[in-house]
Design a protein around this ligand. Structure first.
Ligand code: GDP
Ligand code: IMO
Ligand code: MG
Length: 421
């Protein structure tokens, strides 16, 4: 068996949680491969809404295993809060969830460092979610991180203190005051809670599962344009959000990857700072925000909105080797009399279709105008019911990218999902 990968092609919040949940019946295992509590994956069914930050989006399905992979940075405090608010009894969550011993932990000082660092950036803030993500991955790369497996050490408190002393030195340099005691008490309590969950060598577990013929879906967080290498650096997150990140974040060889499902919104959004070529600072942008309820699932911040950016989408498809596209939030564009799609950029008077090294070099965006559709498509169940203008929009994207759009999402609920073979 091969492992399928599902990931975001834009700046995150494409609707990954909804689709992972919808596809989980086809898989035995769902495994998150990177990111941490900066993610907010929304799932809606039976008139209830859940937002997951660390727990994989297959958790609501009986008989499925969910894995938090080694590439994830895990905050025990967020983890505890999330488990307790799932609406599933804890024993059931324990049965359905496995945590990699190699996943790194977010410490209270990582969050303080994130805030201090962001504050020091003045006018050039990344717009971080301030969940401690950057500092936790920094420690991982610096070989001074603490992993889930370390919680089992007899002298853990000492081990922790040694690691934190360097953080305290840096924090003193920032000259910020903080109350660490309460944060640490909460954190250590949460690590005790975490210890009651099953931890595994997830790499071996996934290898065995694949050899036994079980189906695995790797769930990404953030999106390609937020990737540390291929995103709009430095306005990115601190992990590899792309398909290659699934290999390093779970311990699977590239030769064992199967389909790569790329999720994109029918338009674009971005939360936080950084270049966003097709951003609309007008009433159309506001309309997308209102209709799409474009407010961050993790921080509640308003998301910046704009038209679909084809050069950026094609770049993301190339980097990830996307085999199928899933288009989300088609319903949000209903009612726009015309829809614009950016097909190329102009730089130094020359038209280009590739993403430039520096997005701020773009002088002009070139758009194709397409007809909109003026009906509510939320209740639609099949491709044949789709308005002709929407079908043309999708067929245009397929022609431009060379990749089929096999799912069209028309509402936040699990059931508002149209499958196209
Ligand atoms: P993720 O981070 O990629 O999982 O996406 P988020 O959950 O952060 O943001 C997607 C938002 O759009 C959530 O509020 C979803 O409930 C919602 N959503 C997902 N698919 C659709 C859709 O097709 N139509 C509409 N209107 N909302 C959707
Ligand atoms: P999901 O998985 C959207 C953005 C932040 C900020 C930048 C760096 O829900 O799609 P970080 O906290 O990682 O240091 O922030 O990345 N960001 C996201 N934007 N969706 C996400 O996750 C995001 N995770 C981080 O807003 O601009
Ligand atoms: Mg999100």
């Amino acid at each position: 068996m091969k492992i399928d990968i599902l990931l975001g092609l834009q700046w995150g919040d494409e609707g990954k949680g909804k689709i992972v949940d919808a596809l989980t019946p086809d898989y035995d295992i769902v495994a998150r491969f990177q990111g941490g509590p900066n993610a907010g994956h929304t799932i809606e069914f039976h008139k209830t809404k859940h937002v997951l930050h660390l727990i994989p989006s297959g958790i609501f399905h009986e008989g499925k295993i969910n894995i938090i992979g080694n590439g994830v940075v895990l905050d025990p405090v967020v983890f505890r809060r999330e488990v307790e608010s799932l609406g599933i009894d804890i024993e059931t969550v324990r049965r359905r969830l496995l945590i990699s011993l190699k996943a790194h932990l977010i410490l209270p000082t990582h969050k303080l460092l994130d805030a201090a660092h962001e504050n020091a950036l003045g006018d050039f803030k990344i717009g971080s979610t301030l969940r401690g993500i950057g500092p936790a991955y920094t420690d991982k790369a610096a070989r001074s991180g603490i992993r889930v497996g370390d919680l089992l050490r007899k002298n853990f408190r000492e081990f922790y203190n040694e690691h934190v002393s360097e953080h305290l030195r840096i924090l003193r340099g920032y000259g910020r005051s903080y109350d660490l005691q309460d944060l640490e008490n909460e954190w250590f309590d949460a690590t005790e809670f975490l210890k009651h969950f099953k931890t595994v060598n997830a790499d071996y577990y996934i290898d065995r599962s694949l050899r036994e013929g079980r189906c695995v879906l790797a769930e990404g967080a953030q999106g390609t344009m937020l990737d540390i290498d291929f995103g709009t650096y430095p306005f990115v997150t601190s992990s590899n959000t792309v398909a290659a990140g699934a290999c390093t974040g779970l311990g699977i060889a590239p030769s064992r990857t199967g389909e790569v499902f790329g999720i994109f919104k029918a338009y674009c959004t971005r939360v936080g700072s950084g270049p966003f070529p097709t951003e609309l600072n007008d009433e159309n942008g506001q309309l997308m925000r209102d209709r799409g309820n474009e407010y961050g699932s993790t921080t509640g911040r308003p998301r910046r909105c704009g038209w679909l950016d084809l050069p950026a989408l094609k770049y993301a498809i190339m980097i990830n080797g996307v085999t199928r596209l899933f288009m989300m939030k088609a319903d949000v564009l209903s009612g726009f009399s015309e829809i614009e799609v950016c097909t190329s950029y102009t730089i130094n008077g020359e038209e280009i279709t590739e993403l430039p090294y520096c997005l701020t070099d773009i002088e002009k965006l070139n758009y194709k105008t397409m007809a909109g559709w003026n009906c509510d498509i939320t209740g639609y169940k099949s491709w044949d019911e789709m308005p002709v203008a929407l079908r043309h929009y999708i067929e245009f994207i397929e022609k431009e990218t060379g990749v089929p759009v096999t799912i069209v999402s028309v509402g936040p609920d699990r059931s508002a999902t149209i499958y196209r073979q």
